[in-house]
Design a protein around this ligand. Sequence first.
Ligand code: 5RP
Length: 221
Amino acid sequence: MSQDALKRAVAEAALAHVEPGEILGVGTGSTANFFIEGLARMRDDIPGAVASSQATADRLRKIGIEVLDLNTVGSISVYVDGADEINHALEMIKGGGAALTREKIVAAVARKFVCICDASKRVEQLGRFPLPVEVIPMARSYVARELVKLGGNPVYRDGVVTDNGNVILDVWNLPMPVARQMEERLNNITGVVTNGMFALRPADVLLLGTTSGVETHLRPA
Ligand code: 5RP
């Protein structure tokens, strides 16, 4: 089974979490794109959606779903998005597609976060995937020096400008035995907008695509 087939399978499974008549949040990336494809069949049941990126907003509009400004929305029933890595506590590294800040904002508002991934994303320990950090452009060198002090090896994602007009540093080999602590620590560096560690707000449900089917994992209490 190809990786795309696994992504498509979890995206289809996520449609069961969409609550008809409720506003939902939609993530960014290739797995989220399969979800948007499926969402097209439900468009008459969806009053609107909040997108985690400009690219996702464009795709939603193309299939006839109204894209709403988060500031006009009181609540989001469910947020469906992929991840670059996810552990057993359903903590994630996200931001491979540079959409981490808006993803984190939509996830913060959503009552339920459903993560959709193929099995390659499941890890025992987060950190093999470099941790994306969104940075105000003028602070890039300063933040990079601070990340080195924390033991990481930041690499500037050349040529990428986020939807918010910022830049991305991908941090390799950052020691992070406790994901939540590292998330907070990085947030405290002046010039950092967001980091791609999703541990303070992990997923609630993981739909994991494996060769033997879609597994459902709930966040441990
Ligand atoms: C984008 C993300 C994506 O969810 C993550 O990169 C996974 O992408 P894909 O579904 O293409 O593997 O965080 O910023």
